[in-house]
Design a protein around this ligand. Structure first.
Ligand code: SAM
Length: 269
């Protein structure tokens, strides 16, 4: 979404991104500030990885870097390079941490994966010059706004079943209480006149009785869209899935109409 918007609309002079994962935020900052040094590091890692040829040696190399990533203090550039290396070589390109905050995705099987993508890093670095990169809770994202502010939330998706647990990006859980806290923040932003969009999983498409988001956001405009998802341990569940786009405005012949969201029913009100 960010890169699409920045490429498509050169009149977006300033964007703000925020995430609670310090490693992800560090990578964005390194790509923006020191892309050449990052590329140098990645090119070295890629050359060694390719020279190993043998899959079990590459796996050992991967596990060594995963161990370092989890247990050693590194420079910001090394940290970003290893994050990208792990992302390009791990199973399905997932990012997942266990309860202790350790990255725990196993080695994937790719033939000569692109670890150092110079052109993309340089292009992203140029686009990120227009971006303020924050690290913190979602509630700290919107510090200033004007009549043109648009906020998009891409929170951890609510698991579709009790056995799927695809939202453990970081050790801090994003459970239903967190989904509700996010919705309350979205209501607050709506009252400040800010346009907001939230994406999430569509539990109802999996279980027709799952009304969680339909009830939580009943005052909002909820659209169901098809999204291509290749990240699923179960190959039969990859492909087009229904997902939710929740907005505090409606589209109307190219224009948008704001929805009046009633005040929050605070428990202590
Ligand atoms: C679906 S991913 C979105 C990733 C991001 N859009 C990207 O591509 O870089 C959900 C993200 O929510 C972040 N997250 C979880 N809890 C959070 C919180 N309380 N505040 C801010 N971000 C949070 C996770 O670290 C994860 O990166």
């Amino acid at each position: 979404m960010l890169f699409h918007m920045l490429q498509k609309y050169s009149n977006i002079h300033q964007a703000v991104i925020n995430d609670l994962n310090p490693r992800l935020i560090n990578a964005y900052r390194v790509i923006r500030n020191t892309p050449e040094e990052l590329i140098e590091h990645l090119a070295e890692i890629q050359a060694i990885f390719y020279e190993l040829h043998d899959n079990s040696l590459q796996k050992e190399f991967f596990l060594g870097f995963r161990e370092r990533f989890n247990n050693e203090q590194m420079t910001a550039i090394e940290d970003a390079a290893i994050l990208i290396f792990l992302n390009r070589t791990c199973f399905n390109g997932l990012y997942r941490e266990n309860a202790k905050g350790k990255f725990n995705v196993p080695f994937g099987r790719y033939v000569n994966p692109t670890i150092c993508d110079r052109d993309t890093i340089m292009a992203n670095s140029r686009l990120l010059q227009r971006v303020t990169i924050l690290h913190g809770d979602f509630s700290e994202t919107v510090q200033q706004h004007n009549g043109y502010t648009f906020v998009y939330f891409d929170p951890p998706y609510r698991p579709l079943s009790s056995t799927s647990n695809f939202n453990s990006y970081i050790k801090e859980p994003f459970n239903d209480e967190e989904q509700i806290r996010l919705k309350e923040f979205v209501v607050d932003l709506s009252h400040q006149g800010i346009d907001v969009m939230v994406s999430n999983s569509d539990g109802k498409s999996f279980d027709p009785n799952d009304m969680f988001f339909d009830e939580l956001y009943h005052q909002f405009n909820i659209e169901r869209v098809g999204a291509r998802r290749n990240i699923n341990a179960n190959a039969t569940k990859r492909g087009i899935t229904s997902e939710l786009l929740i907005m505090n405005y409606n589209h109307c012949q190219g224009d948008r109409q704001i929805i009046q969201i009633p005040p929050q029913p605070y428990a202590n009100a």
